[in-house]
Design a protein around this ligand. Structure first.
Ligand SMILES: [Fe+2]
Ligand SMILES: [Fe+2]
Length: 238
């Protein structure tokens, strides 16, 4: 894919681009340019204009290494990590721009933190990790978000029905719909102005600095109450 395709310049009225370059890292290179961008003087861009046979030999060695070391697959897995990080930052930025409270912003930031470990239950991973420090509602939203998120891609997967409907009578149904609609589903937009991790760091620290299971409703949950009883026996720093 060309960079200008990826950035959707056409949709933003910026296409065609003035110059397109390619394959500089592959030791061979070239460019396309609109007529007004072409150099008037000859030999100004020697290698790409005239060609360079030595670069073809280097290029062969580069391609050999790419194949032998399986670099294309490795770059894909690294790329997923980068993309997921950006997705979390954008979901958090969208929550902040929407006026969400700090706890929900942190939930948006970390909602997919389990995706690389276990895609098919990554909601539970994030929910479990944050559970002691967040409300039962936010816990439920995190736990179920991957199910509710399918509302936005089910048509492409030929899914028979909207699976989130099975949870219509649950008290946090609408909260989870809202989370996916406003923060999760749209957070793949490369043009959205996304805040850096440093902006959210103090919020994460404050949420995790709360006493475990601080929300009063957790005490009604037997698992949380038992965990709290166990935790009270842990030695503290004081
Ligand atoms: Fe997710
Ligand atoms: Fe997500």
């Amino acid at each position: 894919m060309w960079a200008h395709d990826y950035w959707q310049l056409e949709e933003h009225g910026l296409s065609p681009p003035d110059i397109m370059t390619f394959a500089k890292k592959l030791q061979t290179a070239g460019y396309f340019a609109m007529p007004h961008m072409r150099p008037k003087e000859g030999y100004r861009i020697f290698n790409t204009w005239m060609g360079d046979p030595c670069k073809v030999l280097l290029f062969k060695a580069v391609v050999k290494t790419i194949k032998e070391e399986n670099l294309l697959d490795r770059v894909k897995s690294c790329g997923v990590k980068l993309t997921m990080a950006q997705h979390g930052l954008q979901a958090a930025t969208r929550a902040k721009d929407d006026g969400a409270d700090e706890e929900l912003i942190v939930c948006a930031l970390l909602h997919d933190i389990g995706e690389l470990f276990q895609p098919i239950s990554h909601g539970e991973l994030a929910a479990s990790w944050l559970r002691p420090y967040i409300s039962p509602q936010n816990y439920w939203v995190l736990e179920h978000h991957e199910i509710f998120q399918s509302h936005y891609y089910q048509h492409a997967m030929n899914m028979p029905k909207d699976v989130r409907d099975a949870f219509k009578d649950y008290p946090y149904f609408q909260a989870c719909c809202d989370f996916c609609e406003k923060y999760d589903a749209p957070a793949f937009d490369p043009t959205y102005e996304t805040l850096p991790l440093s902006y959210f760091e103090p919020m994460v620290h404050r949420v995790f600095a709360k006493p475990a299971y601080w929300h009063p409703d957790w005490k009604k949950d037997p698992i949380c109450a038992a965990k709290l009883a166990c935790a009270s026996a842990y030695p503290t720093a004081e």
